[in-house]
Design a protein around this ligand. Sequence first.
Ligand code: SF4
Ligand code: SF4
Length: 133
Amino acid sequence: MTAAMLIGDPVSGTQTVAREKLEEIFEDVRSHPLYDHELYGCLNCGICTATCPSAYYYDYSPREIVQLLLTENLEGVYDVMQEKIWACAQCYTCAARCPFHNSPGGLVMILRETAIKHGMQSAKDVLSRSRAC
Ligand code: SF4
Ligand code: SF4
């Protein structure tokens, strides 16, 4: 594998992720049975982020996640799976307000399931914290 085929981990700055792995992860997200019911399009209007309680408290934006998925930004999707997806409170205010009838919260759940499936460290950290409670 050449260096050009590796993409630096945008969070740690130390790991590298092969393009093939990014494509595999994205394909798992896109082929989820609920994906097409949660994402229809996006006006990039920001209403979801404006009404999202997690966006108020954290560096987190459902609009960003929807846009990354819609534009098939594989690196960006991988990036938000390292940390940001775990900030969502799963309240689904975004789904109630989106003029496109998207469900950013539902997309986050798909990303979480995929993070667990691929054994990502962010998923391990969250699951170990929940077991400790
Ligand atoms: S509210 Fe809907 S259309 Fe607007 S940015 Fe969010 S997901 Fe896109
Ligand atoms: S479901 Fe998640 S993304 Fe949607 S409004 Fe609630 S906290 Fe924000």
